[in-house]
Unconditional design. Structure first.
Length: 330
């Protein structure tokens, strides 16, 4: 994530800020500029080309800080949400901002990396949409199907998410992680399966396995037998062993974890920008920058008595998989 500063007073800003805590200026995120910009007392920002932007109408509802093209309208990130909890669903609405915040973080990173983010409102077949559902009223399976990503808003509740994480013995479980994983399924569908590139499809199959393997059988086997004992030498997580689709989505999520965390580290001076030069191959970036950085960050967390920031080991075979995912960047 970029380091943002208030254009009025120069104070450091968080991506989620809607007001500068130092000078009180109202703020909005301009997706076109990839910047947090000041808005006037009416919530209006005029960009360099003279276009007029307005604070998203969902600022109060979901904490959305992005700018929208129409007065009283909503932003592009909010447009991606096809279903949200209804106004009577207090539990769902309480967790709704957590999911929307993770989605904005996801979209900002996809923008930075250059991956296309097209909503189903623009392209009903190949576009992307999110159903943010509340499992208080119904059973919700976190999943992707044909461009629709379903998220269980209960995962925004820390105690719930931590309980599930312990049940499944996962080392890491976050709302942002869910969004990154699920969008990995979407991009495999779009950038691999629908690419028309037979060599790419074969390469992905060779590394991740045959994706036509029966999905439900794989799920049943995984939960009955657990992962194969030697999984850490081939997979980034035990969940990735379940099915080739899950392996791809897990690897994709780690690609986004690593890219974002390295960008943040460069922005705040933990990694020198010069250290990235000559490391265009993603595997080199991982072994020479990410591994030492994540080790240091784990130790920083331990200094605070917290769990490791990155509780994963990247095996050589996983580097091959990460390289393929990184090669999909436009
Ligand atoms: Zn300020
Ligand atoms: Zn919005
Ligand atoms: Zn998945």
């Amino acid at each position: 994530m970029k380091a943002y500063r208030c254009r009025v007073c120069g104070n450091a800003l968080y991506f989620e800020n809607s007001v500068c805590v130092s000078c009180g200026t109202g703020l909005g995120y301009s997706r076109g500029e990839r910047e947090i910009v000041p808005v006037d007392e009416n919530g209006v920002y005029v960009d360099a080309e003279g276009w007029i932007w307005h604070v998203c109408r969902n600022l109060g509802l979901s904490g959305c800080t992005w700018l929208a093209p129409l007065a009283g309208g909503q932003c592009v990130s909010c447009d991606l949400t096809r279903t949200r909890p209804n106004d009577a669903d207090a539990a769902g609405l309480a967790n709704f901002p957590v999911a929307e915040r993770a989605k904005r973080h996801l979209v900002a990173e996809l923008d930075a990396l250059g991956f296309p983010v097209v909503g189903k409102n623009e392209d009903p077949i190949n576009g992307l949409a999110f159903d943010l559902l509340s499992s208080t009223a119904q059973q919700v399976l976190i999943a992707h199907a044909d461009g629709v990503i379903t998220i269980d808003l209960a995962e925004g509740d820390d105690s719930h998410r931590e309980r599930v994480r312990r049940q499944l013995a996962e080392p890491y479980r976050t709302m942002l992680g869910h969004f990154r994983h699920e969008v990995g399924h979407y991009y495999e569908w779009q950038l691999v399966e629908r690419s028309g590139d037979d060599a790419l499809v074969a390469r992905v199959r060779d590394l991740f396995g045959d994706e036509t393997a029966d999905y439900q059988e794989s799920v049943d086997r995984h939960y009955a037998e657990g992962p194969p004992p030697a999984w850490p030498s081939d997979f980034i997580s035990s969940y990735a062993t379940m099915h080739p689709y899950e392996d791809f989505a897990e690897t994709w999520a780690h690609y986004l974890h690593i890219c974002d965390t390295i960008e943040t580290s460069v922005e705040y001076g933990l990694v020198r920008a010069a250290d990235l030069i000559g490391r265009e191959r993603f595997r080199d970036l991982v072994t020479e920058v990410w591994v030492p950085l994540s080790t240091a960050l784990n130790l920083v967390n331990r200094s605070m008595g917290a769990d490791d920031l990155y509780p994963f080991v990247i095996a050589p075979h996983v580097l091959d998989k990460l390289d393929v995912v990184a090669s999909l960047r436009p």
